[in-house]
Design a binder for this molecule. Structure first.
Ligand SMILES: *Cc1c(COP(=O)(O)O)cnc(C)c1O
Length: 226
């Protein structure tokens, strides 16, 4: 994707490719485009909002607080804000205040902290469980074979019923088997939301059942740093 196209055109083109993928898969529903705004300059966020984008994903709580609690606070109520990066337990309360959805529930300790924060703040974001489909040591997430037990634990101990699952496949492997597995796990457990697919593979993810794709660089242009 050319980097010099206006944001609105980039977005229109991504939405068109998403619709094409959904059609190829014979899907009647409409996958949601999550605009990953991490480290993007304000002017690009402004253009994205002006283009009509309503769903945004952020990796870091502090960066998201600054962007959506200060710079673009006037727009906060019009958009859905999703945390897609790892959440430290000491940031849980801030995250519960700020986000509509937290996609990265990946351990019991965090579930406990979320419940405590939700009691204090008086709201609980919708939650997805992150699955480490590639079983990578350095990556967060519940191993596929532990998903069932983790869901049972969440329900029994914390009264948490997640809305769905998310994954970030290993960078050095074909993504399709990971997408296929995540969708299968979601179906097995009756979970409706499946967050998978990024700039390089969102069409494949949609063909394999993604309800939400998280697209950053293909939508906003390259990030200066990560
Ligand atoms: C950065 C990021 C994305 C978007 O990546 P792009 O390749 O720029 O589309 C999606 N999901 C997560 C979890 C990310 O950290």
């Amino acid at each position: 994707m050319s980097d010099d196209l206006p944001i609105a055109e980039k977005r229109a083109s991504i939405l068109e490719r998403m619709a094409g993928a959904a059609k190829r898969a014979g899907r009647a529903d409409r996958p949601v485009l999550v605009a990953v705004s991490k480290v993007q300059p304000d002017v690009r966020i402004k253009d994205m909002l002006a283009a009509g984008q309503k769903t945004f994903g952020e990796n870091r709580v502090q960066e998201a607080q600054k962007r959506w609690g200060e710079t673009f606070a006037a727009h906060r109520d019009e958009i859905e804000l999703r945390l897609i990066g790892p959440l430290q337990t000491n940031k849980t309360e801030d995250a519960v205040r700020l986000f509509d959805v937290i996609e990265t529930l990946d351990r019991e300790k965090l579930a406990k902290a979320l419940v405590k924060a939700a009691e204090k703040v008086g709201r609980m974001p919708r939650l997805l469980v992150q699955v480490n489909t590639g079983q990578e040591d350095q990556k967060a997430g519940i191993a596929p074979q532990d998903v069932e037990a983790f869901l049972a634990l969440l329900k029994a101990e914390y009264d948490i019923i997640p809305e769905g699952l998310m994954c970030i496949p290993p960078v050095d492997e074909a993504a399709s088997p990971h997408f296929w597995l995540l969708k299968k796990l979601a179906d097995e457990h009756g979970l409706k939301t499946v967050s998978m697919g990024m700039s390089g593979d969102f069409e494949t993810a949609i063909e394999l059942g993604a309800t939400h794709v998280r697209v950053g660089s293909a939508l906003f242009g390259a990030r200066d740093y990560d």
